[in-house]
Design a protein around this ligand. Structure first.
Ligand code: FES
Length: 125
């Protein structure tokens, strides 16, 4: 049975550790979770589950490399699907019309935080 007490948010990194135009990935919170990643663009921080809607794999080709060379979009390393940073919509590629799963990002005590359940795989039982 799930607890009725909300889990505290997961603190990912200091807000100062994510520069404008940068992206950063974070490992799964535990078994049954996918990782998440953050992008700071236009002064806002966007968060997504690190799972491509095409095949469910992680998007980055090496640590923290989620963005196109010009930094204007998110790109999946596997088959080069292109996603809009602002809403995760797939603009081209094999999952055209799908979208990344957004994660709410908050800042508390100088830390960027996501909900404790961010990236949790849907229960299948
Ligand atoms: S797995 Fe991401 S585009 Fe195919």
């Amino acid at each position: 049975m799930d607890s009725l007490i909300p889990e505290p948010p997961r603190a990912l990194c200091p807000a100062t550790a994510l520069a404008e135009g940068a992206a950063r990935g974070f490992p799964p919170a535990g078994p049954g979770f996918a990782g998440v990643f953050l992008v700071r663009k236009g002064g806002r921080v966007f968060g997504y589950v690190n799972a491509c809607p095409h095949l469910g794999v992680s998007l980055e080709w090496t640590a923290d490399r989620f963005l196109s060379a010009d930094g204007t979009s998110i790109v999946c390393a596997m088959h080069a699907a292109v996603f809009r940073i602002g809403d995760g919509a797939c603009l081209s590629g094999p999952c055209d019309g799908a979208a990344l799963t957004p994660v709410a990002v908050t800042e508390a005590d100088g830390m960027l935080c996501v909900p404790a359940g961010a990236g949790r795989h849907a229960k299948t039982d």
